[in-house]
Design a protein around this ligand. Structure first.
Ligand SMILES: [Zn+2]
Length: 116
């Protein structure tokens, strides 16, 4: 619980909320941050990404790599739609959720866009 005098002088409060109770944290936010020290106060410029991150191993799980994998999966699912639309296969559809950004191919014009 912060000192009442700190709140009177315009100090910012932590924006974190409890998952269990839904109540907001009563601590003061760290200088230049939105949250307190208990809720991961970090400045945006100090967050390490990509090869600078300490857990970086091979780059297969970076944000860029995941976006590329998602785009590839989306394209494959659209090609599968095109195959079914053109009666090129009688195989069952692939199970599971569709990739992010996937939109179903339903016409010949959309097939031309996918193939390009
Ligand atoms: Zn907090």
């Amino acid at each position: 619980m912060p000192l009442p005098s700190m709140k009177l002088h315009g100090a910012k409060s932590c924006t974190a909320k409890s998952k269990r109770t839904g109540l907001s944290c009563n601590n003061l936010a760290a200088y230049g941050c939105r949250t307190c020290r208990m809720h991961g106060a970090r400045k945006a410029e100090s967050i390490k990404r990509g090869e600078q991150h300490p857990n970086y191993v091979h780059g297969g799980r970076t944000l860029e790599a995941q976006l590329e994998q998602s785009a590839t999966a989306c394209r494959l699912q659209q090609l599968e739609d095109a195959m079914h639309l053109l009666n090129m296969t009688t195989a069952k559809r692939s199970p599971g959720r569709k990739a992010n950004g996937y939109c179903k191919v339903t016409s010949l014009d959309e097939i031309k866009k996918v193939i390009k």
